[in-house]
Design a protein around this ligand. Structure first.
Ligand SMILES: NC(=O)c1ccc[n+]([C@@H]2O[C@H](COP(=O)([O-])OP(=O)(O)OC[C@H]3O[C@@H](n4cnc5c(N)ncnc54)[C@H](O)[C@@H]3O)[C@@H](O)[C@H]2O)c1
Length: 312
């Protein structure tokens, strides 16, 4: 049970830390452009491991990824460095695609060559079109975009806060792009089996009044974090570690996550059964007409961003 993590900046280090603390694997290998950084992160985390489950965490070159069941790719420019922190910019994280696609064209052949049997989990922004590029280069379909798994957790947190309920008991999903065009499935959001719109009514609230602020808090959560702390890293670290666990244990858990959708020709997130081969099956959730239209428009945003860099 081995996890590879490529890139040991803020996000890669947080993924490693979360996987170590959660006991997600027996072995973690860290690969970074600057080996010294990967060595340092591995050593730092290793010193805490006698307090948890047995773990070997080491740094290595790409060939050390051999035998990994899953490789988390976090290399690339982040939102702050790439100027993607303006809430009024509809492009959002898609602004980072040109630069990060260049980096992916360089590193994915090496990752896919070394970790031939692994599921590749794309975390770098924007993860959906980068997963497309990864799939093309790797030549197989065991590719996931971290997608809206984290956005869905954020949605559950904010709904839990609003209704004063443990977010673990909130069922709610964000689908589509991990970006500004993401789609909130209000029509199927439930707490204790009660639809969220009905819960609002019970409290004398109008859903249309609750929606904008709550959606903005989720859609721009990364920007709010970056305004206080330079990079968003810990939430995605925990979310990525959980995805690795699902893959390594072939759990067949169902979570919102990005995979290639034949029907629209791009990667985007839908609730999906995840196991050792990546996405085993995608479920089409119940959606209102409005949500369905938003999902089509989200697919368009991703497609247009890919078209722009393929033409350039
Ligand atoms: N999917 C998500 O939910 C999510 C959440 C937070 C951040 N992110 C994204 O994760 C990525 C990493 O963010 P970060 O804060 O860790 O950035 P960072 O600047 O801290 O780290 C960048 C990493 O990329 C590597 N890198 C940079 N240029 C490279 C190149 N040319 N070749 C090989 N490696 C290179 C660096 O060595 C470093 O390991 C960003 O794209 C960020 O936007 C995604």
């Amino acid at each position: 049970m081995k996890i590879g993590i490529v890139g040991t900046g803020n996000v890669g280090s947080a993924c490693a830390m979360a996987a170590a603390v959660r006991g997600s694997a027996r072995e973690i290998v860290l690969v970074n452009r600057t080996r010294k950084t990967a060595d340092a992160v591995a050593a730092d985390i290793q010193y805490g491991t006698p307090l948890g489950r047995r773990l070997d965490i080491v740094a290595g070159d790409y060939d050390a990824l051999k035998g990994a069941g899953v490789v988390v790719i976090t290399s690339g420019m982040n939102e702050k460095a790439g100027g993607a922190t303006n809430r009024n910019d509809p492009e959002g994280r898609l602004r980072l695609l040109g630069k990060n696609a260049e980096i992916y064209r360089d590193i994915v052949p090496r990752i896919a060559g070394a970790a031939a049997g692994a599921v590749l989990l794309v975390v770098t922004d924007p993860p959906d079109p980068l997963a497309d590029i990864t799939r093309e280069i790797a030549g197989h379909s065991r590719v996931l975009s971290a997608g809206t798994f984290l956005d869905s957790l954020r949605f559950r947190i904010h709904l839990g806060r609003h209704f004063d309920i443990d977010p673990a008991s909130v069922e709610a999903q964000v689908v589509g792009e991990h970006g500004t065009s993401q789609v909130f499935l209000w029509s199927s959001a439930r707490i204790g089996g009660i639809p969220v719109p009905a819960l609002c009514e019970q409290r004398g609230e109008k859903l249309e009044k609750v929606r904008p602020a709550l959606e903005d808090a989720v859609r721009y959560a990364n920007i709010a974090i970056i305004e206080g702390h330079d990079a968003s890293q810990y939430g995605i670290g925990i979310a990525s570690a959980r995805i690795c666990e699902i893959v390594l244990a072939d759990e067949h858990a169902i979570i919102p996550i990005g995979s290639f959708q034949d029907s629209v020709g791009v990667f985007l997130s839908l609730p999906s059964v995840v196991g050792r081969i990546g996405v085993v099956k995608t479920a089409e959730p119940a959606m209102s007409d409005e949500e369905r239209e938003q999902l089509a428009s989200s697919a368009n945003s991703i497609r247009q961003a890919l078209d722009r860099i393929r033409k350039s």
